[in-house]
Write a protein of this length. Structure first.
Lengths: 795, 261
């Protein structure tokens, strides 16, 4: 437990320190950064989903006003520039490796999606670059696109080394056991679901400013990244062959990412490469259209689910066969998301003795698909919580009670699932019970009847989820195909005056780390949060860290900070013992003071800090001067947040409009550091889940053109689409990190889509409706009502 | 955006003069500016109408006359409009979002005749009159097709007049993404009978629905519309709504508009 305590410490809803700059428009984003003499690059992107490049004529463009350089894939190849690598691969069912095609940063020979980067036009101004781009003539030989996921294996082959357009063919679990359970089942529940494709839509579009210093022979790249150290590693070591010591990557304020800013994209690599070639800084800022076309999209699975129940309605087996749309190239975490982050979650909160899953990762001529808020866990949770409702309906049980009887009991932890994970701790009934009470589950039928009098169909839907955060340990991840470690780092530097700088390897792009991390330090050291400065996002300032994604920052990064603070306290105690002429073991640290047990002798934390830097009276025989400690923390296990979300909807049968009228959720995130920030994360996650369930859908036409390429057609959730959320928590503290924390960033987006779709189906179930795909748009719901009405009339 | 020249006209005559030399009129810019930013429009000159003195709302006795450059927010908040034709004020208050309503103008909306815009439904539904620098054009003659109007090359809207009617209402089913009208129906009952104008749905833009008008002339009630057929063959189909769903919504929004009258 934390040693100190202050009113701003762990558990306090401290207002976010970073909001002053954000709310006053003073945030400093990549696009706000301009370097002296900078040039601007405009990328000519493919208009075709799939084509061979026959020729590119740039002579007219090269003569246009202000043009400094025009680069194509041939220039990239001539300089031996590599493409972005896939950060995690898997072994196929037959033992072969993932098929990894090349991904040139400017297309070389072929284009494979609308938005693919073909030519970089660099000019004195952006206007001049765009004008010149219109003079570039590209002659394409158009090839057949591959758009439909279900039939992608039959389409024209997209990459030379990806036969049948299949990047990988992954499996996990015991197929024979799952099939046996299904064969012996009293009830088999079958369901096919589609996890709709999403555009990430971070508020800030991607951007990059790269600068080369010929004196130091060093590069600086400012970029919109969730993990600047990984960007440096990938671009430096794998793409441009820049020594890491000569390459600084800075991710300043970043306006949201949701996963899409984890990956290295061609644009920032082109800027970095060209900055040395031209000896001028190069700047690029995506416009919103480019964000739609070329940010890595999310989700896009087809899952065929079969669940076995015994005569007592206990789950005995589960089989899931999935197709995952990976798109045109392998983005960094595109392979791990539908496999390692998906398949091990298929046990959910439930005791399921036999599970088997096969996931085929398919190439299509669409934008690359990668991790998006939740990354694999939303897809797993969606299919599982949908089939749980389908099963309850099939056997005539209340969906809450059906879940309860199949929950892993709270005395069964640690619990080994048949799909690799070992859950350390949990209590799934507690949040279920609380959420049921919060929404007045017992009173629902009365509300349904009342709504019916107003001509509305009212429905209620549950989702009891588990997720896995803070991917770990690194050794296990490595064995499973990860090419990176998954620890986190922190340096805690105490200044002579007692103020504290914390350098973290995580990256805040909206999560409020400046505040949450400061609270951990303030709590442990007994100082005010105002004394603690969090520094992140600059590879020259922070120790090597893995960045922020997968709700890992607190559980892994926060734990590294806590460890570093503990080292500081351990050292400070020795200094204090020396100054107070006491034995180390007699010194107690609490409330920011070092005291000698049984005496009134005490030293403040600030006094010790000063003594460490002005070591006139100092235990030089035992300690070095200074008070600065670094810790790396590699977790022993994932953390396992869980909980229950319940949605209540009303449907207008005349229009098909689904109105979300109530929402209750009870989550178990372990200990909470800042409940206000946690609640904000829950709200945002639910909003994104509501978007996926009711509104959002990235749609390509049969030619591979993105038809939802702007907000005119891509529907985002808005505040007035959402009810007031009822949010509460239960706590089972994580057993393997000192803070007892689990992570909260993605839970809302993971839990909410199935709760909402289950509610829609429940509302329509009196009509005989048993299925609804996402997004449950007004037209789709109206058709379901109409068709159900026709079917009933025919009976 | 391409390079373009900007002039701010001080009068209607000056603005019309620029039109003859290829100038593109700029009212609120809610369509033109985004289109230019996308490089889908490249006028050599944009002619800003903000200095032409075309803003204002006037009660002319049996009608309300609204200057072409009057912003949606001004119509929505006008006590004159709210008192005389509350449905028109409500329609203006439901266009776009706050930012759009603070810039967008009635003249720009009517001249553009976007098939999903709200104002054309009010002009046609109320049987209004479009005043230009050359003439007065009856609503029934003004809207000639999607993004097409009866305006000549050298003609610009100066004001729009709306007759006061006994009762009227506008009901919109917004496109879930853009919140333009996916279907909007304006119903007005006045001395000359009932008018029903539909926006958002027609392949040729805003249109009147004769079947619903006759039904309502016989019995001004929502149930009178139950049996009225709405032909889907001329309606828009897109990823948000196929023609048959739009046809259903036309009748549904009309019924709700009648109920709201």
């Amino acid at each position: 437990m934390p040693e100190g305590s202050t009113k701003d410490g762990i558990g306090a809803s401290v207002r976010r320190k970073e909001d002053k700059r954000f709310l006053t428009g003073s945030g400093r984003y990549t696009a706000d950064i301009s370097r002296h003499g900078q040039l601007h690059v405009h990328f000519i992107r493919s208009d075709h989903a799939h084509a061979n490049i026959k020729s590119i004529r740039t002579d007219a463009a090269a003569k246009a006003d202000g043009v400094v350089a025009i680069y194509t894939g041939e220039d990239v190849a001539a300089d031996g520039i590599g493409g972005p690598i896939c950060g995690w691969v898997v072994t196929n069912r037959d033992g072969s490796p993932t098929n990894e095609p090349p991904h040139p940063i400017l297309a070389n020979g072929s284009v494979r999606y609308v938005g693919d980067h073909v030519v970089a036009v660099i000019a004195e101004t952006l206007q001049q670059a765009r004008d010149a781009a219109e003079l570039v003539e590209i002659d394409y030989e158009v090839l057949a696109p591959v758009v439909d996921l279900a039939s992608a294996s039959e389409g024209v082959q997209i990459h030379e080394n990806v036969p049948n357009n299949m990047y990988f063919d992954f499996e996990l679990g015991d197929e024979a056991a799952a099939e046996a359970a299904l064969a012996e089942a009293a009830t088999v529940v079958e369901l096919e679901v589609r996890n709709n494709r999403l555009v990430p839509n971070a508020m800030e579009p991607r951007a990059a400013v790269a600068e080369y210093d010929p004196v130091d022979e060093a590069y600086t790249l400012f970029t919109t990244s969730q993990n600047p150290h990984l960007t440096r590693l990938v671009i430096g070591a794998f793409m441009l062959s820049i020594p890491e010591s000569k390459f600084r990557v800075v991710a300043p304020d970043v306006g949201g990412g949701f996963g899409s800013k984890i990956y290295v994209y061609p644009e920032e690599a082109v800027c970095t490469w060209a900055s040395k070639k031209l000896q001028r800084p190069i700047k690029w800022t995506a416009d919103r259209s480019e964000s739609f076309l070329a940010d890595a999209h999310g989700r896009d699975h087809i899952n065929k689910v079969r669940m076995a129940l015994d005569a007592n309605n206990r789950i005995t087996g589960l089989r899931v066969d999935s197709l995952a749309n990976i798109g045109s190239y392998l983005s960094a975490f595109s392979v791990v998301t539908p496999t390692i982050l998906h398949a091990p979650l298929l046990s959910g909160c439930y005791q399921i003795p036999a599970i088997y899953t096969n996931v085929k990762g398919m190439a299509t001529t669409t934008a690359p698909v990668d991790a998006y808020r939740g990354a694999g866990r939303p897809e797993a949770t969606y299919l599982l919580e949908r089939v749980m409702d389908a099963a309850a309906r099939q056997v005539g049980m209340d969906p809450a009670e059906f879940r309860r009887m199949n929950f892993i009991p709270k005395d069964a932890f640690p619990y080994q699932t048949p799909v690799a994970l070992q859950y350390d701790i949990g209590d799934y009934e507690a949040p279920l019970d609380k959420a049921l009470e919060m929404i007045d589950y017992k009173g629902f039928e009365a509300r349904r009847a009342e709504a019916a009098k107003r001509g509305k169909y009212r429905g209620i839907g549950l989702s009891s989820y588990i997720e896995a955060c803070g991917i770990a340990p690194s050794a296990v991840a490595g064995a499973l195909g990860s090419r990176v470690g998954l620890y986190e780092s922190a340096t805690v530097r105490v200044d002579p005056t007692g103020t504290i700088n914390v350098m973290t390897g995580t990256h805040s792009h909206g999560q409020g780390h400046d505040t949450t991390f400061a609270q951990i330090v303030a709590d442990k050291l007994g100082v005010d949060v105002g004394q603690v400065q969090i520094i992140h996002g600059d590879s020259d300032k922070t120790p090597f860290g893995m960045g922020s994604y997968g709700s890992r920052s607190l559980a892994v990064g926060g734990s590294a900070i806590a460890k570093a603070v503990d080292k500081v306290i351990d050292k400070a105690k020795i200094i204090a013992a020396h100054l107070m002429e006491a034995a180390d073991s007699d010194v107690v640290f609490a409330d920011g003071k070092f005291t000698v047990a049984g005496t009134d002798t005490e030293k403040g934390f600030g006094e010790i800090a000063l003594a460490a830097y002005v070591p006139h009276n100092y235990p030089h025989d035992r300690l070095e001067p200074g008070l600065e400690e670094t810790a790396f923390y590699d977790p022993l296990n994932f953390t396992y947040p869980s909980g229950t979300h319940i949605a209540e909807v009303e449907i207008d049968p005349a229009t098909g409009v689904v109105q979300l009228v109530d929402w209750a959720c009870c989550d178990d995130f372990g200990n909470l550091i800042n409940p206000m920030i946690v609640e904000g994360q829950v709200h945002g996650g639910i909003a994104q889940g509501v978007g996926q369930a009711l509104m959002e859908n990235a749609a390509y036409d049969e030619n591979g053109q993105l038809i939802t390429a702007s907000y005119m057609d891509y529907c985002m959730p808005r505040a007035d689409d959402l009810p007031d959320f009822k949010v509460d928590y239960t706590v089972t503290a994580c057993t393997h990190n000192d803070l007892g924390v689990k992570g909260c960033g993605e839970a809302g987006a993971i839990a909410s889509p199935p709760a909402l779709i289950n509610a829609v189906i429940d509302a329509l179930s009196p009509l005989g409706v048993t299925d609804m795909s996402m997004p449950a748009s007004p037209e789709k719901v109206w058709r379901a009502i109409n068709e159900a009405g026709k079917a009933q009339a025919a009976e | 955006m391409y390079q373009t020249n900007y002039v701010k006209a001080a009068s209607t005559d000056e603005a019309v003069g620029h039109m003859s030399s290829g100038g593109q009129l700029l009212a609120g810019g809610m369509t033109l500016i985004p289109t230019m930013k996308q490089r889908l429009a490249s006028p050599e000159t944009v002619v800003d109408l903000a200095g032409c003195g075309l803003s204002g709302i006037e009660d002319t006795g049996d009608a309300i006359r609204i200057g072409a450059m009057t912003r949606h927010v001004d119509v929505a908040e006008s006590a004159v409009v709210q008192g005389a034709i509350p449905a028109l004020a409500a329609l203006a208050g439901g266009i776009g979002d706050r930012q759009v309503r603070n810039r967008g103008t009635i003249g720009g909306s009517v001249a553009n005749n976007d098939p999903s815009a709200c104002y054309p439904a009010a002009v046609l539904g109320l049987g209004g009159t479009v005043h230009t620098n050359k003439r007065d054009i009856a609503a029934d003659d003004f809207f000639t097709g999607m993004f097409e109007t009866a305006l000549d090359e050298d003609e610009m809207i100066t004001a729009v007049s709306f007759p006061k009617v006994a009762k009227a209402a506008y009901l919109k089913f917004p496109n879930p993404a853009s919140r333009y009208a996916m279907v909007g129906v304006f119903v007005a009952a006045g001395g000359d009978g009932t008018r029903v104008a539909v926006t958002g749905a027609g392949s040729d833009g805003v249109f009147r629905h004769g079947g619903m008008e006759s039904a309502l002339d016989g019995d001004f009630s929502a149930s009178a519309l139950d049996g009225v057929a709405v032909d889907s063959s001329d309606l828009i189909g897109d990823i948000h709504a196929a023609p048959d769903y739009r046809a259903h919504l036309v009748r549904e929004m009309a019924k709700r508009a009648v109920d709201a009258c």
